[in-house]
Ligand binder design. Structure first.
Ligand code: LLP
Length: 421
């Protein structure tokens, strides 16, 4: 059930009218429902438990790394999947213990490796031979030993947007599954690293189960081969990727996903790690925005809103579709077809074209739905637009969990060169 519903004709987040948040915090602002995140976590972890899988959920912080959001999921038992030193610090600051953290990503630096080893993280997912050798050097120099997974590239097309597909032969991620046996043999010969796991992640926003089935089946074959070769593979990291409904798909059912996992790798006796991001955070967030102007051009009507591509990149970057909801429930009033655009000076700053909405006027409030994942985290300061506020709702309470950035703070970080004074 969505936590963004009309009550007495007014759109609410849980028990809070969004108009109240707009009045208190201003727009644009991201608003997250704690209950929606908890519900999604319950569905995901519950489906894995129902399928009798020995599973650990490590929330992919990249989807939404606000400390309060991480804390919501940590309190439910989630660990973390991080991809940078910054995300590592966030996970630790939100109260996730080092051993519950997995470090993914193709370009970990030696400094990031050292910080993660100091934090005693649970596992490194290694994506190349040079990275493996660097990690071995760093760990040995610290007299440490770290558990690693090699992230394999299974050459499976995830059938999602090509920019978020990661498991095809030519993608930059992972090590070709056909080379994996050699790489594990090499890893086993190196000091400081212990290859105990296999990792795979084929892409994001998957709505069809077949690519998961294909990838996991290939991984199962590999695990058997690795064991035959003498490697003690105890863990499998199956990545993230479960998609959500952006208004066009039936949302995939975590029970189907868990079924595919059980069918393909359930009999290997491995501890399983999952790294969901979007599924947990996406539907739990909206971007609250105000119409600045309605502009009637010759061929179309533009609704110009105060959110822009710098606040929410997904439509500009992936042509992603997001649904809009006005704060006032639509009655049977007139409808108009709009292009919904932001104030940034490029045509890419378009959230939707030819979208039918109840006729809008300047000053009206809207939300852009399903923006809890890959929204705030991908924002930039383009056009000197400050990063916007983030708000967490719980029942009838709300709290600002990131304040709106001040222009003065941005300017304070810049200085003239000394020859300019
Ligand atoms: N694990 C790894 C290694 C990943 O690369 C990702 C996402 C995840 C887990 C989490 O995937 P999820 O469960 O959220 O699908 N900015 C894009 C999505 C990029 C996903 C990158 N990797 C978007 O807005 O659609």
């Amino acid at each position: 059930m969505s936590q963004f519903t009309y009550q007495n004709g007014e759109l609410h987040a849980e028990g809070v009218p969004l108009s109240r948040i707009a009045a208190a915090v201003g727009t644009p602002a991201y608003v997250y429902s704690q209950t929606a995140m908890a519900d999604a976590y319950g569905r995901f972890a519950g489906a894995l438990a129902d399928a009798d899988l020995n599973a650990r959920v490590c929330y992919a912080l990249k989807a939404n790394s606000n400390l309060a959001v991480i804390r919501v999921l940590a309190a439910l038992g989630a660990g973390a999947d991080v991809v940078s030193g910054g995300e590592l610090e966030r996970a630790l600051a939100a109260g996730i213990a080092g051993p519950d953290i997995v470090f993914s990503g193709v370009g970990k630096t030696a400094d990031e490796m050292r910080a993660a080893i100091q934090a005693d993280i649970g596992q490194f997912n290694v994506e190349s031979v040079p990275e493996l050798e660097r990690l071995s050097d760093v760990a040995s120099a610290m007299s440490a030993g770290v558990d690693i997974a090699v992230r394999v590239n299974p050459d499976v097309d995830a059938d999602t947007h090509h920019k978020i597909s990661t498991g095809r032969h030519h993608d930059k991620f992972g090590i070709d599954i056909d080379r994996a046996l050699d790489v594990y043999a090499h890893a086993a010969s190196l000091p400081g690293v212990d290859p105990v796991a296999v990792a795979v992640h084929i892409g994001s926003q998957l709505t069809d189960m077949q690519p998961f089935r294909d990838a996991f089946a290939r991984v199962a074959v590999l695990v058997r081969e690795l064991r035959t070769a003498g490697h003690d593979i105890r863990k499998l990291d199956l990545g993230g990727g479960l998609g959500i409904d952006y208004g066009q798909h039936e949302p995939p059912d975590p029970a189907d996903y868990a079924g595919v996992v059980a069918e393909t790798v359930g009999d290997l006796g491995c501890e399983l790690v999952f790294e969901p991001g979007r599924y947990l955070a996406g539907p739990a967030g909206v971007l609250l925005t105000e119409v600045i102007y309605v502009k009637d051009a010759e061929t179309r009507a533009f609704a110009i809103i105060d959110a822009a591509m710098n606040d929410l990149m997904r439509p500009a970057l992936y042509d992603a579709r997001h649904e809009f909801m006005p704060l006032k429930e639509a009655s049977d009033g007139p409808q108009t077809t709009y292009d919904i655009v932001g104030p940034v000076c490029e045509t890419a700053d378009t959230f939707a074209t030819d979208r039918q909405l109840p006729t809008l006027a300047a000053g009206e409030l809207l939300v852009i739905r399903d923006t809890g994942a890959y929204g705030a985290v991908m924002a930039s300061g383009y056009n000197s637009r400050p990063l916007i506020a983030e708000v967490l709702v719980h029942g009838d309470q709300f709290a600002v969990v990131r304040s709106r950035q001040e222009i003065a703070t941005i300017l304070a970080q810049e200085t003239l060169a000394d020859w300019q004074s």
